[in-house]
Design a binder for this molecule. Structure first.
Ligand code: SAH
Length: 264
């Protein structure tokens, strides 16, 4: 079957409640889309994720209800089915509900599950894409995920559990690990076992777009020790690949006081 219709918007002409899954971007208020900001301004209720940009809440129409559905690793404040049920119940009660998420709703953010729950309940739902941290947080550190001559593609993978065995290990392919801090040592071991060059440049970018953003560059086999030594903590994006060398942070590391880069 083919279709030329775009997936639904909440402006389809009928009154009543709806749910919009809005990608809030990687942390800076200015990086939400215009459509996302518009729906946020029209919301009666905003259900926020832990990594959703909090600054956006300051601009809400007075009287907008804010529900904090933040989840922390290991201590889920509101379980996913509770969030799904909340979104559906509020929309069926006639409310305009914005589910504000960090980054893009469909990138490791369980947005798909929320959309399916709404559709199953007959609730109008719109998904507003967001700027994903997988691309934007490396960019905040000056790292392009692809770069002519260095990487022709990139993969975004969850490193919350063991890396999937199909993750591409190639010199011309960048790996972007999300949720990767806790199991970093294990992830690096999996990659090197699979033939990744231990000298591949690697970076951690913690708290992208926040005032205390920290960028650390090293090479793959040193990454776990370096991360441990400096106490890398979530949220962080981990980038593995030659594109890391484009970052000003890499240049500083590799050539202190203008000397040529030492061999790793
Ligand atoms: N849907 C989100 C990703 C959710 S998974 C998106 O598209 O961006 C959560 C992971 O995203 C975190 O563990 C971390 O790896 C990454 N992340 C999100 N925001 C971040 C930020 N501001 N700085 C660093 N990492 C971030």
């Amino acid at each position: 079957m083919t279709s030329t219709r775009r997936a639904g918007t909440v402006d389809d002409g009928v009154d009543g409640g709806w749910v919009a899954l809005v990608g809030g971007g990687p942390g800076e208020a200015g990086l939400i889309t215009a459509r996302g900001a518009e729906l946020l301004a029209r919301a009666d209720v905003v259900v926020v994720d832990r990594l959703a940009p909090r600054d956006l809440l300051r601009g809400l129409t007075p009287g907008t209800e804010v529900v904090d559905a933040s989840k922390r690793p290991g201590d889920h404040l509101v379980p996913q089915d509770g969030i799904d049920a909340l979104l559906v119940a509020r929309a069926l009660a006639g409310h305009r509900v914005v589910r504000l998420k960090g980054g893009d709703p469909y990138v490791l953010g369980r947005g798909g599950e929320e959309v399916l729950a709404c559709r199953a309940a007959g609730v109008r739902v719109e998904v507003v894409p967001g700027v994903t941290s997988a691309v934007a947080v490396p960019a905040a550190a000056g790292i392009p995920v692809t770069h002519r001559g260095l990487a022709r593609g990139f993969s975004v993978v969850s490193a919350h559990e063991d890396l999937i065995s199909t993750v591409p290990v190639r010199r011309d392919h960048t790996l972007v690990l999300l949720m990767g801090v806790r199991h970093l040592r294990r992830s690096v071991a999996i990659l090197t076992d699979r033939g990744a060059d231990p000298r591949t440049p690697a970076a951690t970018v913690e708290r992208g777009y926040r005032p205390d953003q920290r960028v650390t560059t090293t090479i793959l086999h040193r990454l776990p020790d370096v991360a441990e030594a400096i106490g890398v903590s979530a949220p962080a994006v981990i980038v593995i690949g030659d594109v890391v060398t484009v970052s000003p942070a890499w240049k500083k590391r590799a050539a202190p006081r203008g000397r040529p880069a030492p061999r790793p």
